[in-house]
Design a binder for this molecule. Structure first.
Ligand SMILES: *Cc1c(COP(=O)(O)O)cnc(C)c1O
Length: 375
């Protein structure tokens, strides 16, 4: 007899929440349509020519969508270099044939406006990309003045934002700031399960796609394939190119409903208050942030230099034992020297959770167990 399949401890019975659901049934079609409309509110756009996309995939898929659809082989793209994630975006753009210029900032900072202006005046760039929060350093890039500068000195250049670590925790005004593309994912500040690439593109970006001379070199990531599907679902009509994930879209629908139940400005202010608390506590512990300039510090995460003599490989398991997960460093120049503390979504906004206080207490105790004494 064949061996019996024994479910392990993580086995869950199939319920309506996790069994298969038709992606063309009326209930799901309405949910998907409402989800796409809700994204317009989250991104603060009322421009009917702006186009939201929700695709199965992680945040990285957003880079492919930009690179495959908005840029043609040989076209120039200026990538503002802030760390690991801007490097990834640059690599992805090159895969599709873009001619990438990276304007790299020192670790823990961002390219400054005069350098950006100089770079833009040297070449006609099809697009500029900016990583709103580079999760490898906790550096926050300012978008409003940057976008105004690009519109002034290089008005045809598309302004593309990697907002994977910023959408729903940092302010983004898609229309008012004149952005052309913001790509994000379901699992960070939006706070629902991983597995969705979420993006918004301006009418201008959609026009750049329609005016391509060459077809996009992608199939699943092609806007040609997905634009009519997104438009049909938003009009509450079933439509098929490739099967969406009803479970994840239900989760996103719920998360957006919770987020948009209050003014988004309150959500951003809540993240700032939580972030201020973390940053103050880090300073009180005698620690330094990777992003040294307060104007360049993200509000949904903090990258913290380890004190001399303390190794992340020793500290992180101690913190995990205390029930708190910090992440290690990933910026290649300083990876072993710092750790990362995420404080976004429920962990900062739910007053009943005390996550920040618990994490800070664990950090203080963990550092002491590693022999650290504040100087
Ligand atoms: C996490 C992250 C990504 C990649 O997203 P995945 O969902 O892991 O594919 C891209 N950019 C930034 C800024 C991120 O924080």
């Amino acid at each position: 007899m064949a061996a019996t399949y024994r479910p392990d401890s993580s086995f869950q019975e199939l319920t309506t929440a996790n069994s298969s659901e038709s992606h063309v049934a009326a209930g799901f079609v309405a949910t998907f349509g409402e989800t796409l409309s809700a994204l317009r509110k989250l991104f603060q756009t009322t421009d009917p020519t702006a186009q939201p996309f929700v695709l199965s995939g992680s945040g990285t898929l957003g880079w492919d969508v930009v690179a495959a659809n908005l840029i043609e082989p040989g076209e120039d793209v200026l990538v503002l270099g802030t760390g690991y994630f801007s490097d990834g975006f640059a690599d992805c753009l090159r895969v599709y044939g873009a001619n990438v210029t990276e304007l790299k900032a020192r670790v823990g900072t961002k390219p400054q406006l005069p350098e950006v202006e100089k770079a833009l005046s040297e070449k006609r760039y099809k697009a500029i990309t900016v990583t709103h929060v580079d999760t490898s350093t906790g550096v926050l890039s300012e978008l409003k003045q940057l976008s105004a500068l690009v519109h002034k000195v290089s008005p045809d250049t598309l302004i593309i934002v990697d907002g994977v670590c910023s959408v729903a925790c940092e302010e983004i005004e898609f229309d008012a700031w004149g952005l052309d593309g913001v790509v994000t994912a379901s699992q960070k500040a939006i706070g629902c399960p991983a597995g969705l690439s979420i993006s918004m593109f301006s009418g201008r970006a959609m026009k750049a796609f329609q005016n391509r001379k060459t077809p996009p070199a992608a199939y699943f990531a092609s806007m040609k394939n997905w634009t009519p599907i997104m438009q049909n679902y938003e009009a509450k009509k079933p439509s098929y190119f490739a099967t969406p994930s009803p479970q994840l879209i239900h989760a996103l629908h719920t998360a957006l409903g919770q987020i948009l139940a209050k003014p988004v400005a309150e959500r951003f202010a809540g993240h700032k208050a939580g972030s201020d608390k973390v940053k103050q506590a880090i300073a009180d512990l005698g620690l330094k942030q990777v992003a040294a300039n307060p104007d360049e510090q993200a509000h949904g995460m903090t990258a913290i230099y380890l004190p001399e003599g303390v190794k992340g490989a020793d500290l992180l398991p101690i913190l995990a034992k205390k029930g708190v997960v910090f992440a290690g460093g990933i910026h290649k120049e300083i990876a072993a020297k710092y750790i990362r503390f995420g404080h976004m979504g429920v962990s900062v906004l739910d007053p009943n959770r005390n996550d920040i206080e618990r994490a800070l207490k664990a950090l203080e105790e963990g550092l002491a167990e590693c022999g650290y004494k504040k100087a």
